[in-house]
Design a protein around this ligand. Structure first.
Ligand code: PRT
Ligand code: ZN
Length: 292
């Protein structure tokens, strides 16, 4: 195995086992990084890039990056903000999307912000929660719990909670309703603020460029269709193409093949219009990476 030069190789913190793990590893593989076996070790070397992954609990990631133990980290914005870590946010990654919300018992007496005065609020996010109520000038008592916050009102440990919400199913199942939002969150790529060698910085730039290409590709599809020559101008107007589409003559007289790249959302919106304009045999393919 190659030995890593610690002055140029990157150490990246990734959640060992949790909601962000699979998507982060998929992203790393998607940008061409190959790893032996993540499950066996806490420190995993990349086989084809000067990178090693440190697999740890998500709560530890901001501090490891802040202290320069890791150069980069993939972690929820909620954890970074709660820790008030001294790190640079390089990129929002659009997965692990959730929100930190205020929720109260469905038929209770708390309906609006002022009703919280003097109330007890259970949370795993005491810093963000305290700041939120302080900014509104409302005094609350924070009860910090490390998990299962949603059960606190039923146990009469607290009058309300703040917790992460994605589908809202957990709140509903526990007879709670969301009445305010404190913070929108997604997974972020964060970088240490400790000084980095030129070699490491160059590697980070390359890494970031690959992520951007991957993200662009994830949202885009390569589409191919056939159409009569006279429909080309009409179709070109419908497709908000990356650049001008490729138009190639087909063996059938007067028919052409049109190839282009469009966003997946645009594809579904435009498909009917393309058909109406004369396009047939429309094929949509995924793209692995896209460097523009
Ligand atoms: O073991 P480790 O400490 O590493 O993991 P963890 O248990 O602390 O975190 P984990 O794996 O649960 O979550 C990691 C990150 O995923 C969080 O820090 C968020 O950035 C992000 N994320 C996205 C979520 C959710 N969605 C989410 N829904 N984290 C937690 N939840 C929980 C929430 O706390 C509540 O219990 O899911 C429940 C609500 O979900 P819904 O869908 O019912 O609303
Ligand atoms: Zn955690």
């Amino acid at each position: 195995m190659r030995t890593l030069d610690s002055t140029t190789s990157l150490r990246i913190a990734v959640q060992k086992s949790g909601r962000l793990t699979d998507k982060t590893l998929k992203l790393l593989e998607g940008i061409g990084l190959k790893f032996d076996d993540y499950k066996r070790s806490l420190l995993v070397r990349c086989l084809n890039f000067d990178v090693e992954l440190l697999l740890i609990r998500d709560d530890d990631i901001p501090e490891y990056v802040q202290d320069g133990v890791c150069d980069l980290g993939f972690v929820g914005a909620n954890v970074v903000a709660e820790d008030q870590a001294d790190v640079t946010i390089l990129k929002g990654l659009e997965y692990g999307v959730c929100r930190l919300s205020v929720a109260v018992p469905k038929n209770g007496d708390i309906k609006k912000a002022e009703d919280f005065e003097g109330k007890k609020i259970a949370t795993s996010y005491p810093v963000l929660t305290r700041n939120f109520f302080e900014e509104k000038g409302i005094n609350v008592k924070i009860v910090t719990l490390s998990g299962s916050v949603e059960i606190a009102p039923r146990l009469e440990i607290a009058d309300a909670i703040t917790d992460l919400v994605s589908t809202g199913g957990t709140l509903k199942a526990n007879g709670l309703v969301e009445i305010d939002k404190i913070f929108d969150s997604e997974t972020q790529l964060v970088k240490t603020n400790k000084p980095l060698s030129d070699g490491k910085q160059a590697l980070i730039d390359k890494f970031l460029q690959r992520i951007e290409g991957y993200q662009r590709a994830e949202k885009s599809r390569y589409i191919m269709m056939n159409a009569p020559q006279e429909s080309v101008e009409k179709i070109k107007k419908i497709i908000p193409s990356l650049r001008s589409p490729t138009v190639m003559p087909l063996a059938d007289n007067g028919m052409v093949a049109i190839h282009t790249v469009i966003t997946i959302t645009a594809f579904w919106d435009l498909m009917e219009e393309l058909k109406a304009a004369g396009a047939t045999g429309i094929v949509m393919l995924p793209i692995e990476s896209m460097i523009v």
